[in-house]
Design a protein around this ligand. Sequence first.
Ligand code: DC
Length: 212
Amino acid sequence: MVIAIDGPAGAGKSTVARALADELGFTYLDSGAMYRCVALTCLDWGADPTASGEATSTAESIEIGFEDGLVLIDGVDVSDEIRSPEVTEAASQVSVHPGVRQAMVAEQQRLIATGPYVTEGRDIGTVVAPDSPLKIFLTASPEARAERRSGQTGEDVAEVLAAQEERDRRDSEREHGALRAADDAITIDSTDLTSEQVVAQIAELARERGLA
Ligand code: DC
């Protein structure tokens, strides 16, 4: 069983999903980290992240693991490396390829079948777990999202905003697994809310629905 939290980058999905999983005693799954692992491996191996065949065979060749809050590729900790601006850009590029998405979705479905999960991404409520009993679409204004990311990475806000616009466009316009709210998703705008307030709202919904 999975609580699905989808939305654009910087809306606060990771913080909210992690805290919610802690509160409910569920396992947290960061699906974006998986696309980042494919991107990092492409860069390390000299594969072109924009080339569908190269990115797909890279995705199919690696084993992605999650252990004690760390992200592993073939057993090696890459938790910090996958957050670099270069990997962020390449992750957006690899995530448009249907073959890459197919490999990631299959692995995500295998994981979430093993127990109660809070999973965040772009297509969890629409593709990975369309039968999820609680789907949240978490948004925030582009400016608030860019300011949050800049606060985390130290990059210039204007630069983050420009790069974010490009990734938002790629996320929303791609043919497979495009970012959109599932028909039965509840939209929460986090622009003027703290992450604690968002977590409290979702936890309340989970309890109302008998999920926790
Ligand atoms: O959430 P994030 O920034 O870590 O995601 C990294 C990239 O992966 C981002 O460009 C969108 C993509 N992604 C996706 O296509 N589908 C998902 N379920 C999660 C992330």
